[in-house]
Design a protein around this ligand. Structure first.
Ligand SMILES: Nc1ccn([C@@H]2O[C@H](COP(=O)(O)OP(=O)(O)OP(=O)(O)O)[C@@H](O)[C@H]2O)c(=O)n1
Ligand SMILES: C[C@](O)(CO)[C@H](O)COP(=O)(O)O
Length: 230
């Protein structure tokens, strides 16, 4: 039986999944690439549907794959599938348009972070519910970070104590995310960046190693190992 969403939940999760996956190399859209025999998107959605607050899931799929993605996800969860855009930001905007006004909290979650645990989805949603207009999960930066100039000459060492590596799901009050996307000028790599530009506070909560983004070929190998270790 298909797992059901919580009709009393207060959270919609937008899942941008329309990217090409160029950094992963040839093999088709990244969200449909296989991890332990199943598409990354299936792994991601299975974890989203297991989060008790989630009432609605909207997937932005590659335009030519919308029908196939509907069929793929039908046994996994009740999802709305829309065609994504050429940039991640456009895919998120198109998915957001499908969310009814009465859902108060909207999370944006990369299909590429396929192993993100349901608990992280809940902790981001809880922080928005507690009053933060925008919430991001973060991890400390573990490498020494250098600023470099022309000719790859080091200009200086950045204080990594003030840096964070940012993950998804990123959580927002619905009105805040809608306003940020409506006034977005120029593409940014994450949704919280749009809210920062609007001058609103963005709150950090602890992220998860399992929410790693599958970006390059080695990440698929690591994800497969993590899948078997958890
Ligand atoms: N036009 C786009 C671009 C990206 N994404 C989604 O945004 C998430 C984060 O993007 P990234 O990991 O960079 O994926 P790709 O854009 O596919 O990767 P690449 O830059 O290597 O092509 C992914 O789930 C991806 O499918 C999207 O929905 N629409
Ligand atoms: C949203 C994101 O996953 C947060 O780390 C990231 O910014 C996506 O960036 P990408 O360049 O599209 O991979």
């Amino acid at each position: 039986m298909t797992p059901q969403l919580n009709a009393r939940g207060d959270v919609a999760v937008l899942v941008p999944a329309a990217g090409a996956g160029l950094r992963l190399g040839p093999g088709g859209p990244k969200a449909l690439r296989l991890l332990a025999g199943e598409p990354l998107l299936v792994h991601a959605i299975r974890r989203v549907v297991a989060a008790p607050s989630v009432r609605m899931i909207v997937v932005a799929a590659p335009a030519v794959e919308v029908g196939a993605v509907r069929d793929l996800l039908a046994p996994v969860a009740p999802v709305t599938v829309v065609a994504g855009g050429t940039e991640r930001q456009e895919s998120v905007s198109l998915a957001l348009a499908a969310v009814p006004a009465e859902i108060g909290i909207v999370l944006v979650h990369d299909a590429a972070r396929a192993l993100t645990p349901p608990q992280l989805i809940e902790s981001v949603a809880a922080a928005v519910r507690a009053g933060s207009p925008a919430v991001i999960p973060v991890l400390p930066v573990v490498d020494t970070i250098k600023e470099v100039g022309p000719g790859e000459i080091v200009l200086g060492t950045v204080d990594r104590g003030v840096l964070r590596s940012v993950q998804t799901p990123q959580g927002f009050r619905h009105d805040v995310l809608a306003a940020a996307h409506a006034s977005a000028a120029g593409a940014l790599t994450d949704d919280a960046g749009l809210v920062e530009k609007a001058g609103l506070p963005v709150t950090c909560v602890p992220g998860s190693e399992l929410a790693m983004k599958i970006t390059r070929p080695l990440d698929l190998v690591l994800a497969e190992a993590l899948l078997h270790a958890t």
